[in-house]
Each structure stands twice: as structure tokens, then as C-alpha cells.
Design a binder for this molecule. Sequence first.
Ligand SMILES: Cc1cc2nc3c(=O)[nH]c(=O)nc-3n(C[C@H](O)[C@H](O)[C@H](O)COP(=O)(O)O)c2cc1C
Length: 335
Amino acid sequence: MTTYPHTAALMRRGTDFLGCETAIMCGAMSWVSERNLVAAISNAGGFGVIACGAMTPELLDREIAATKALTSKPFGVNLITMHPGLFDLIAVCRKHGVTHVVLAGGIPPKGSVEAIKEGGAKVICFAPTLALAKKLLRSGADAMVIEGMEAGGHIGPVSTSVLAQEILPELAAEHLIFVAGGIGRGEAIASYLEMGAAGVQLGTRFACATESIAHPDFKKAFFRASAREAVASVQVDPRLPVIPVRALKNKGTEEFTAKQREVAALLDAGEVDMGEAQLQIEHFWAGALRRAVIEGDVENGSVMAGQSVGMVTKEEPAADIIAELMSQCEAALAR
Ligand SMILES: Cc1cc2nc3c(=O)[nH]c(=O)nc-3n(C[C@H](O)[C@H](O)[C@H](O)COP(=O)(O)O)c2cc1C
């Protein structure tokens, strides 16, 4: 068996926390991170995370059971904080003895972190700023993911390299911080580990793994694309705050601009309030992502992808991707 002594030493806090061999998490990707990819990542020594997205508690129940049938290794579940059934979803995770719950999509509502911890699971949160990271750690989060705007999917405004410099020196000695966004090779992992990260999270690099159920046309779009084609959506109306999404430029990105205008007009007419307007925008994304991932409509759907998409050139088993990242990281650290 290949060993990676330098990498393993720097990842030890992360692997102890996650309960796996390598502190490489595959970030939850709606429609993509289901039983097959999650089990493949965890079986390969990484840490897979189920994307709950808009699933009902019944669907999540089935997905966790099916994942457990494919792997005996630990994996996590990503829950979106604004899901109306958040506490029911937490109960489903608890019933299955899920060891790690990732809370995404904003500040966790009151009582949610406590509810997860009472069930014995660890809580991982996203921190867009140093101040918020400190607040979330004080409120009981066990680990943080800091994610820069190079990432695929919903993004914040700051790059990974800047977030890492702002947050790691302050917090990484005492806390478990995982770095995400724009990581395509092991050399980058080495640099964040040397800055004190406990591990990393990648999405784009794993989306087209052999075990990923993404449509062949979705995967082909990734293989063809370069970094500059993975663009962030633009906000067209200053009153309608829209969390930007990074995806491959296509007709769907243009449709999103039209959708924003339509929702802004409804706001103007007083037909919807701000909450409903934002919900409509989120539903648009969920539908558009499904269209691309499941149906393979890469023209009109949303092909969410990070800037590391240019480094995704072929379909490979998850285990090969992890082995390659680990050996690149080890070589960099050994130098
Ligand atoms: C197709 C796609 C879908 C995603 N969906 C979600 C999601 O549902 N929930 C979430 O928290 N993050 C989501 N993400 C973000 C990933 O979990 C991960 O943090 C991100 O991809 C890491 O950056 P990278 O793409 O540069 O590797 C998504 C990313 C992609 C590429």
C-alpha cells in the first residue's frame, strides 16, 4: 500500500476528526453527491458527503440507507439551513447514526447545532469571514470549511487564497479548518496544509468521477471547459440580493438574468415579498442543475463548476483521483 508520510502527518487532525484515511472531503453537490459517488469517495479513503438539497426527510432516509449499503466507512450529510424541514432532516441523520452533519447556506437557525450534537454527530459549518468563523465556533461548530469564490456552485465574494491568509493563522492552531475552492492538484493541498489547514474539500475535481451518476454530456462539458468559462452569475437588480453561482457559461446563464428581471418585476408589483423572491431564485437553480446533471441538457441547464474545471480532463475512478492528489501533495511536501 502506498503511504504518504508527510501528508499523513499534516492531515492527522483532520483524519482523526473525520475518521477516514485522507483529510480530503468531497463537498456535497446537489444531484451529483448521492449514494454512488459518496460511497466511492469514502471507500477510497476520502470523506464523501451526501447532498440533501431539497430532499424530503423520507428521501434522505432512503439515500442514507442506500449509502450505508455501499460503504462501511464514515460519510457526512450536507443540510441546507433554510430547508423548512431542517429539524426533521436532523432527526433522520440521528436515526442512522450519521457521524458528521455539514450545515450549508447561511447561519444555522437557533437550536440546530445543539440538536445535531445531542444526537452525537459532529457539526461542520461554512465560514465566509473570520468574524463569522469565530462566532460559529463559539456556538458549538466542531469544524469549519472556508470556501473561496473559485469554487463551483453558490459562492462568496472572496478568493480562497485571501480567506486562507485571513483565517488560518488566526484559527487553525486551535480549530479544525478545511479549505475549499479552486483546488485541482495536490500541490495546492500541500500549501494549505502547511498554512495549518486540517484538510481540504473539493467538488469540481470529483464531479466527473467514474462513479458519479452525472449525465455523460455533463461530464463532456467539464472535460471541454477551461477555467475562464466557469463564470459567476451577475446580479441585475440591486434590490434583489442574489447569492452568485459559478457555472459554465451557456444559454442557462442568460436565462438566469431573465429570471432575475422577472422576479424583480414581481417584487415591484408587490406580488411577492423578498423572502419569496429569493426562494424563487433558489428553486430556479435547483431545477436548472437537475436539468444539466440528470437530463444532460448542458445548453439550458446549470452546469455548476469551479475554476479548477480546466484540470478535469477525463473520467477516472474516485480512488485514482484521491491517489493522484495525495502523491502530488506528498511530493510537494517532501521537496
Ligand atoms: C455541481 C456542483 C453542485 C454543488 N452543490 C452544492 C450543494 O448542494 N451544497 C453545498 O453546500 N455545496 C455545493 N457545491 C459546492 C461543493 O460542495 C464544494 O464546496 C465546491 O465544489 C468546492 O470548490 P471546487 O468546486 O473549486 O472544488 C456544489 C459544487 C458543484 C461543482
